[in-house]
Design a protein around this ligand. Structure first.
Ligand code: SF4
Length: 422
């Protein structure tokens, strides 16, 4: 029997799809190269913006046209909040807290709707696919209820996994050849709330694991981004010098309406602390434009923060109304055309800054973890500790998983080019 998985959305979804891939493979299924060949087709959905949500319906329609005999499973965030609508187009609906249903689907061909508010066992270690890098969930859900965000409704209440199960999972990964782990959570900095330890303590534990070369983590909430964490990023040799710190807006008025619980000044203070303590530190961010009541002046405050921080890159989006969230009913909704105008201005500014930041690497030697062959197939690629992709020419004795020194010779639009250095 063959399966095919189509994934939309964030790294959490990518990890969930990998869990499904592992469960099905361990149950004797094999992966199909295309939906046409599959007996079971899984579509992992994203609900973060309206456009993303619509994608699952059009994708299922497209798949059914190509392959009428396959069983279609809709999973992910849209499944969690809209199971009955999805059940009209899919054979099985699996929510974000019931991934273990796939054992039953694989073995017994289970059908129906499988949705739960909470996971039965958040410490269960799901299978991983062998790779140099791996995503490791350290917690699930979010309690912050930012007024634009659907995640607390799709992923439920915040719950941290026990550090013992996380450490055991990472040790298993290292035995499988993994060199780098990305610790995942909606707000990793509040890890451990349901235990008497915290994220910084977890990092010190993970840093002790032999054979592991690199540690990354995402996503951090600025309100919980502490001096202790910044110092740990400086002192722990395996923790990479990159932080993803979503700003969302540079206007205090809008930050308040978003219920982000920090001000622009508090955010900048933490950014300067990070830049001061973590040498070579890289910062990236998320920004929403066109949030309700955002004026041109508010938007310009966002632009000024972007210019001041000089992010290596940023992920920016137009505000999108989401069900259950407070912001969808707020007055002062911004016109779509105006949202697009602001988005284009922001992305043009960021593109300039990114190019300037990348140019600063030319002539310098970077430590790169080799992840494989580049998309064009003519070079090797990996990422430096700042999470920037580096491409360089093949060398016989260099293989996936090696850590090499690369002298940067050129900055491209989103990545770096280099040559191996002694
Ligand atoms: S912290 Fe992140 S995931 Fe949680 S509600 Fe806010 S934006 Fe959403």
């Amino acid at each position: 029997m063959k399966f095919y998985i189509k994934t939309f959305g964030c790294q959490m979804n990518e990890r969930d799809s990998e869990k499904v891939q592992g469960i099905l493979s361990n149950s004797g299924w094999s992966e199909a190269l295309s939906p046409e060949e599959a007996d079971l087709i899984v579509v992992n959905s994203c609900a973060v913006r309206e456009k993303a949500e619509q994608k699952i319906y059009s994708e299922i329609g497209r798949i059914k046209n190509k392959n009428r005999k396959a069983t279609v499973v809709a999973m992910g965030c849209v499944a969690q909040i809209n199971p009955s609508k999805l059940k009209q187009v899919a054979d099985v609906v699996v929510g974000t807290n019931t991934i273990d249903t796939f054992f039953n689907i694989a073995k017994n061909g289970a059908r129906g709707v499988f949705i739960k508010e909470n996971m039965d066992n958040p410490d269960y270690i799901f299978p991983h696919v062998e790779n140099i890098t791996a995503f490791v969930d350290i917690m699930y859900g979010c309690d912050n209820f930012c007024t634009y965000c659907i995640v607390p409704f799709t992923r439920g209440r915040e719950i941290s996994r026990k550090k013992e199960s996380i450490i055991e999972e990472i040790k298993k990964l290292v035995d499988m050849g993994t060199k780098e782990v990305m610790l995942l959570g909606q707000n990793v900095n509040s890890y451990g709330k349901n235990f008497d330890y915290n994220f910084v303590e977890l990092l010190y534990e993970v840093n002790k694991i032999e054979g592991l070369e690199r540690i990354r983590f995402t996503t951090s909430h600025p309100k919980d981004f502490s001096k202790e964490l910044i110092i740990a990023m400086r002192d722990l040799e395996k923790v990479c010098e990159h932080i993803h710190l979503p700003l969302q807006s540079g206007s205090n008025k809008i930050l308040k309406l978003m219920r982000r619980r920090y001000t622009k000044e508090e955010y900048l203070e933490k950014v300067y602390l990070f830049k001061d303590i973590v040498k070579e530190g890289s910062i990236t961010t998320d920004i929403i434009v066109g949030f309700p009541q955002e004026t041109v002046e508010d938007f310009e405050e966002t632009l000024r923060v972007v210019e001041e921080v000089k992010y290596d890159t940023s992920f920016s989006f137009k505000y999108s109304k989401r069900p259950y969230t407070k912001a969808k009913d707020m007055d002062g909704q911004v016109d779509e055309k105006e949202k697009l105008r602001r988005l284009n201005i922001l992305q043009a500014l960021q593109a300039e800054i990114t190019q300037r930041r990348l140019n600063e690497y030319v002539g310098r030697v970077q430590e790169v973890l080799v992840e494989g062959v580049s998309k064009r197939g003519n070079q090797l690629f990996g990422r430096n500790r700042q999470n920037i992709v580096v491409n360089f020419d093949f060398m016989d004795n260099i293989k996936k998983g090696d850590i090499v020194r690369v002298e940067i010779t050129k900055a491209l639009k989103h990545s770096l080019l280099g040559k191996l250095s002694g």
